[in-house]
Design a protein around this ligand. Sequence first.
Ligand code: GLN
Length: 548
Amino acid sequence: MARYIFITGGVVSSLGKGLASAALGALLQARGFSVRLRKLDPYLNVDPGTMSPFEHGEVFVTDDGAETDLDLGHYERFTGVAARSTDSVSSGRIYSSVLEKERRGDYLGKTIQVIPHVTNEIKDFLTVGADEVDFMLCEIGGTVGDIEGLPFFEAIRQFAQERPRGQCIFMHLTLLPWIAASGELKTKPTQHSVKELRSIGIAPDVLVCRSERTIPEKERAKLALFCNVRPDSVIAAYDLKSIYEAPLAYHREGLDQAVLDAFGIHPAPKPNLARWEDVADRVFNPEGEVRIGIVGKYTQLEDAYKSIAEALTHGGMANRVKVKIDWVDSEQFDEGDAAPYLEGFDAILVPGGFGERGTEGKIKAAEFARTRGVPYLGICLGMQMAVVEAARNLAGMESAGSQEFDHESGEGARFVPVIYHLKEWIKDNEKIARDVLDDKGGTMRLGAYTALLKDGSKAADVYGAHRIEERHRHRYEVDMKYREKLEDVGLHFSGISPDGQLPEIVEYKDHPWFIGVQFHPELKSKPFAPHPLFADFVRAAKENSRLV
Ligand code: GLN
C-alpha cells in the first residue's frame, strides 16, 4: 500500500505547487522509490476540456483519453510516469458521480450529504492504484480556505486518520512576502495559512516557503515554532532560472530528506541525481540559440501552449542550444502579408487550436514556411491548416477549408471540406460514433492512437520506428479522399492509422523539414527524453540558422 503525500497551498495561488509536487516525485524516484502523482481540483467543471485556454491554460491529455489539468504535464515531464484518467479529478466529476449514484438508487433511503457521501467519493478516488507504487503524491488545487476546496481538505483529513499511523503526511506551500520598507521577510501570512489548515484538522509535516530572498535562520525558527513544524522541515523554495533546476534545488534545501524523515524512513536510500545534473547542464550551458516562432491564437497566455514550449526546450537540450520562442498572433495577418511577421525565424511551429479566428494567418504561415524552405512543424490544427494550404495553393482547390468553420457541405458551403467532421472511428477494436450536435465535453478523438509510418519517410527516419503511439484531441480529420490529389502535388501522407482510414502525419519530401501531425507529440516529451520530433525540428532550426 502506497504512502501518501498531500500537497496543499496557502497565502496566494500560483506558487508552483504543481512544480514542487513534480520535483518531489522526481527526487523520490532518484532515491529508488516508485511514485504516482494525482491532482484534485475544486472547480465545478467535470474536466478542463471545455475551459478556455485563456482561462485555464493548456488541457493535458492522457494516454487513456482524459482531458486534465496542465499540472499533470509537469508530473509526467518530471517523473516520466504516464498519467491516467484516474490521476485527475474535480469537484464537478465527484458531484456528478455522486448524483448519478443517487439517481440510480445506490443510496436509497439516505439523505445525500457532503460528509460522508462526497468525501467518501473523494477518498475512493484517492485509493485507485494505491497498490502499485511506494508513494502517491496528491496535490489539492486552490488555496486553503477556499469554500469549494473544503470537501477535499476534509476528505484528506479523514483519509489520513483512517490509515495506519505514519502512512500519510501533509506538505504545505506558502509565500514569505518581502517588505522592502522594513527590509524583512514576513512569516505572518504563513502562520495564518497554517492556522487555517489546522482549524480543519490538518497539521502540516513539511512547510515549503516560496521566497525571493534567503530565509534567515531566525525566520526559519519562528516558522517552525509558530507553525508547529520541525526546523529542518521548513524548506526554502527560491525563484529559479529554469524549472528543470527544481529537483536539484529542492534536494539542496532538504525537501526529500524532510519527507522521508516525516515518514520515519531510516536510513534514507542515497539519491542518484545524475539525470537532473545532466538536464541542468544542458539547460545552463547551451552552445548557441535558435529562434522559433509559434504562430497561434492563444499567444497572450504562455500556459495555453505549456507542453509545446517545454517540448521545444527539450528539443533544444537535445541539440545543446537555447530555444528562444517568439509568440506570434496569427490574427495579425489573417488579412495581408505574413512575411514581415515571420521573417527571421529559424523555424515555425503552428500549434493546435479551435475555431476559425486566426486560421487564415496560420494557412499563410504554412505557405511561408513551404515556399521559403523554413522548417515547419504543424500540430493538430497546424497540420490541418498546412493541408488546406496545399489543397488551395498546390492542388488548385481554391475554396478548400475545414468543416469546423462551416458545418454546411455541398451547395452553398463556404469551403470544400478537405478537413471534415469525423463521425465514426475505431478505438481498441470498438466503433465510436459522434454527431456534430453532440455534447462538447469529452467527445473528441481523445488519447493514444497508433500510427504506422511509411518506409523511407522523414517521419519514420525521425522516430526511428514504424509504429508509434501518440495522443490526440480533435474533432476533425484530413479527408482521405484527397490523399492522391495532395500526394500528386508533393504532400505525402507518411503516417496513417492501422486501418488505413485516418491520416496522422503529412510531409513534403522536397523541403528541408516540413511535417504536420494530427496528434500532440508535445505531451510525451521529457527533459531527459526529448521527443524525437521536437529534437529533430530544433536540429533543423539549428541547421537553418547556420549554427552548424
Ligand atoms: N480544432 C481542430 C479539431 O478539432 C484541431 C484541434 C486541435 O488542434 N487540438 O480537429
